[in-house]
Design a protein around this ligand. Structure first.
Ligand code: FAD
Length: 398
């Protein structure tokens, strides 16, 4: 009988794990060690509604009443500093040692910065936590110009929110195209067009940037040219919080290596969310859906060895201007992309040589994404399907 489960991390994966443990009937002690002072909340609104709405409130995962009902013992704001997997304890930043029977690591990641100069400059912003969003919103309200460093999903969402707030945006991306690691070049081009149409000045392939200071204002030095901005937001990815797992001797690759049930290489230690590497794709997916659903599967497995594992295809979404963009699957090298333009949106199908879909990116078309999940699960050969033809009904393939 498991008497005490400790969850490290009070984010989305930690929250869904705690809720699932209770939903599954676990009535032992659940301790949550959380560095942040807030109740469980989700991060996607931080780059969207939280920047745009004057009175946006903490995007709580659960209502206050529901969270009370989970009967959790919080240790916050405190950091877990070391895991002893033999003694089965975790040391907290207040010196306390917390014993556990089963442990879940759900520590997420932190926003990456190029170096300490960027970290120290008061007008350089990142966006990971609720306070970051508050700070950035206040800055946007008093800014006319903003530089964004990083043309990935977070950078693009911040660009869209800034443009909606009337702020001029210059976006620097080191790579030759936007979101290069996660989508095909056809999708990158469509993203570039979308943002250019909204007036974003996009500088792809800009190489390494240097930060300078001009009387408190940040200056970007790029290709011999110096430009001063009122503020800079850096969105160049995330460093996963893997130190605890590393110290505990867990097997690590891109993230913590787990099986389909979220088990790490150490008995009774599990991992969920951004830090857990997808057991099939060998990548850390870093999406809302993975943080929730993989944590749910892991929590079930913490109570029942025979619980079914997590088998979902990676899926994430991004909202930019009036586009809801959904990304299903991971693009593979050598795949060919077929573009379909409908009156309501755009679809980008990336197919393997055998005609199987490895990724679908949909602009304003959630229905086709649902259908594509079934094609992927069935390994359907789409080679002979006129995917690019907008008069051909994709729904006829149901
Ligand atoms: C601005 C933003 C927008 C996003 N938008 C989207 C989107 O549109 N679509 C999408 O699919 N995904 C989106 N994501 C990604 C998604 O939010 C993350 O994948 C998800 O939050 C991961 O959940 P997690 O619980 O693994 O990590 P987190 O949510 O980061 O939670 C981890 C928690 O652990 C705490 N912690 C870390 N170390 C310790 C320690 N040693 N001791 C105690 N506590 C610790 C951290 O402070 C944090 O509170 C977005 C992310 C951000 C930041």
């Amino acid at each position: 009988m498991t008497a005490r489960i400790v969850i490290i991390g009070g984010g989305q994966a930690g929250g869904w794990a705690a809720k699932t443990l209770r939903d599954e009937g676990y009535d032992g002690e659940i301790c949550v060690v959380a560095e942040e002072e807030w109740d469980f909340y989700e991060r996607p609104p931080l780059s969207k509604a939280a920047l745009l709405e004057a009175d946006a409130s903490l995007p709580r995962l659960f209502s206050e009443e529901m969270q009370q009902g989970l009967n959790l013992k919080w240790y916050r704001p405190l950091r877990a500093e070391q895991i002893d997997s033999t003694a089965k304890t975790v040391r907290l930043s207040n010196g306390e040692h917390l014993a556990w029977d089963k442990l879940l690591i759900a520590t997420g990641g932190r926003a990456r910065l190029p170096n300490q100069d960027w970290a120290k400059h008061p007008q350089v912003y990142t966006l990971r936590h609720w306070q970051d969003a508050q700070r950035l919103k206040a800055r946007l309200a008093s800014s006319k110009s903003l530089a964004i460093v990083g043309g990935g999903w977070i950078g693009l969402e911040i660009a869209a929110s800034a443009r909606k707030s009337g702020v001029a945006v210059t976006l620097f991306e080191q790579q030759p195209a936007l979101c290069l690691r996660s989508v095909s070049s056809e999708v990158s081009l469509a993203l570039r067009q979308l943002h250019s149409d909204q007036g974003v000045d996009i500088r792809c392939g800009c190489g390494a940037l240097e930060l300078e200071d001009n009387g408190g204002q940040p200056v970007i030095h790029c290709d011999g040219k110096r430009e001063t901005f009122e503020a800079i937001v850096v969105g160049i990815g995330v460093d996963l919080n893997l130190e605890l797992a590393c110290g505990a001797g867990l097997t690590l690759e891109q993230g913590i290596v787990v099986d389909a049930q979220g088990r790490t290489s150490s008995p009774d230690i599990f991992a969920a969310g951004d830090v857990a590497q997808h057991h099939r794709y060998g990548l850390c997916i870093q999406s809302w859906a993975f943080a929730q659903n993989q944590a749910v599967a892991t929590a079930k497995a913490m109570l029942d060895d025979a619980a079914p594992g997590y088998e979902e295809v990676p899926w994430l979404w991004s909202d930019q201007y009036d586009r809801n963009i959904q990304i299903l699957g991971i693009p593979q090298a050598q795949s060919r992309t077929i573009v379909r333009k409908d009156p309501q949106g755009m679809l980008f199908f990336s197919l393997n040589a055998d005609g199987r879909l490895n990724q679908l990116v949909a602009f304003n078309d959630a229905r086709t994404v649902k259908l594509a999940k079934r094609w992927m699960a069935a390994g359907r050969d789409l080679s002979d399907v006129p995917l690019a033809d907008p008069t051909f009904s994709l729904m006829s393939l149901r």
